[in-house]
Ligand binder design. Structure first.
Ligand SMILES: Cc1ncc(COP(=O)(O)O)c(C=O)c1O
Length: 382
């Protein structure tokens, strides 16, 4: 059995959800604010089905996924909780009528980012007795998908005239809410509020309004409306250094393996591909069966540390597809089979995805999503 695994602790997930709840209701004690748990991209690498089940058990109101494939798979496990699909509907290989009927059958909630999508769903929904639930995405500055805020009013009036849709929600998405400087996020919010005000005057109101991703949850209370959409916070990380430590969080994934091989190398000998490390003295090197094929980035070559027992050891030589090597020193007190922590937190040692991300020149999101399928996920405190 491969000893490399991602241990995912659901008591920490519960802790993070509770911290988010306390934070948002601390700002608005009397307002009912729903939480849409963002579980796209396999729950940021943590396993979409078990994580979603746990979130439902923890009383989460909505689940947010990136596309219809994720949503349909998830619906088989989660029969009742609303699933909001952030992606747009792309006319698939299937017949349009068949396609829309699959969405109806799975009771999914669609993001609508253009009039054409709304019309498409509407036209193929005639034969169903339930209206199809949609959330309209307004682009207030992200410039990814969404109705351009300058023309959204006109388009929403046209969408509102379609008979087979239920306009359940409206939302926007921040481009930089995790940064310390909030001026662009505030501009996005101003645009969104203005549109909501104009629509209200025309008699169009949405039961669910949302905007806050993790950065918004931490730092933009005007963006809560009546639903928030945190992703990264659930998994125990801050989305950026500009919003660090606003609430307490616990990383829920510990990436672990075991020491599987130990050998002595001589002074001047190199370790691994392309000879990027040379021993300065005779010393012991341990080999750990994890590499970039598991999501342990090659960029970490000669940069990261791992924890064995209570001590940290330097990773040396190029990270290979299946192995890394660590410097154990001239004497060591380690046995084959000892546990190794590669990412996460244990015994007060912090090897967080955010730290690894810094070393790799990326963001914790990418580090978490990179944990490969071949790494077994083990769920603790289920
Ligand atoms: C539409 C939408 N809402 C919410 C989120 C959650 O973002 P975060 O993980 O920063 O909370 C994402 C993720 O990028 C998203 O695309």
């Amino acid at each position: 059995m491969n000893p490399t695994r991602a241990e995912i602790d659901f008591s920490k997930l519960a802790f993070n959800v509770e911290q988010i709840r306390r934070h948002i209701h601390g700002e608005y004690p009397r307002r009912k604010i729903k939480i849409c748990g963002v579980v796209k991209a396999n729950a940021y690498g943590h396993g979409i089905e078990p994580v979603s089940k746990k979130l439902v058990e923890l009383g989460i109101d909505f689940l947010g996924v990136a596309n219809y494939d994720e949503a349909i798979k998830l619906r088989n496990e989660i029969p009742n909780t609303p699933i909001l699909v952030f992606g747009t509907l792309i006319h698939s290989k299937l017949e349009p009528a068949k396609y829309v009927s699959i969405l109806h059958k799975h009771n999914l909630t669609a993001t609508v980012a253009s009039y054409d999508t709304a019309k498409f769903i509407n036209d193929y929904s005639r034969r169903f007795k339930n209206k199809f639930k949609i959330h309209i995405e307004v682009d207030t500055g992200m410039r990814r998908i969404g109705l351009d805020y300058r023309r959204a009013y006109r388009n929403i009036m046209r969408i509102a005239a379609l008979r087979n849709l239920e306009l359940e929600g409206i939302f926007t998405h921040f481009a930089s809410s995790e940064e310390k400087n909030k001026s662009f996020s505030r501009l996005q919010l101003t645009r969104f509020y203005k549109l909501l005000g104009d629509l209200k005057k025309a008699g169009i109101e949405f039961p669910i309004i949302h905007a806050a991703n993790s950065g918004g949850v931490l730092d933009l209370k005007d963006s809560y409306f009546n639903m928030v959409r945190p992703g990264l916070l659930l998994y125990g990380y801050y989305p950026g250094s500009g919003v660090r430590n606003k609430i307490e969080l616990k990383p829920i994934m510990n990436l672990k393996s075991k020491v599987t091989y130990i050998k002595k190398i001589e002074e001047g000998e190199s370790v691994s591909y392309n000879r990027k490390f040379f021993a300065k003295k005779p010393e012991f090197i341990g080999s750990i069966p994890i590499g970039y094929g598991d999501g342990y980035w090659r960029r970490l070559t000669n940069r990261s540390k791992v924890q064995i027992g209570k001590k940290l050891y330097r990773q040396v030589g190029a990270v290979t597809m299946d192995w890394i090597m660590v410097e154990l020193g001239s004497r060591y007190n380690i046995a084959i089979g000892d546990d190794v922590l590669l990412m996460g937190e244990d015994n007060g040692v912090n090897l967080g995805a955010d730290k690894l991300a810094k070393m790799c020149g990326t963001i914790p999101y990418e580090i978490l999503c990179a944990v490969a399928d071949r790494v077994e996920r083990v769920y603790l405190n289920y």
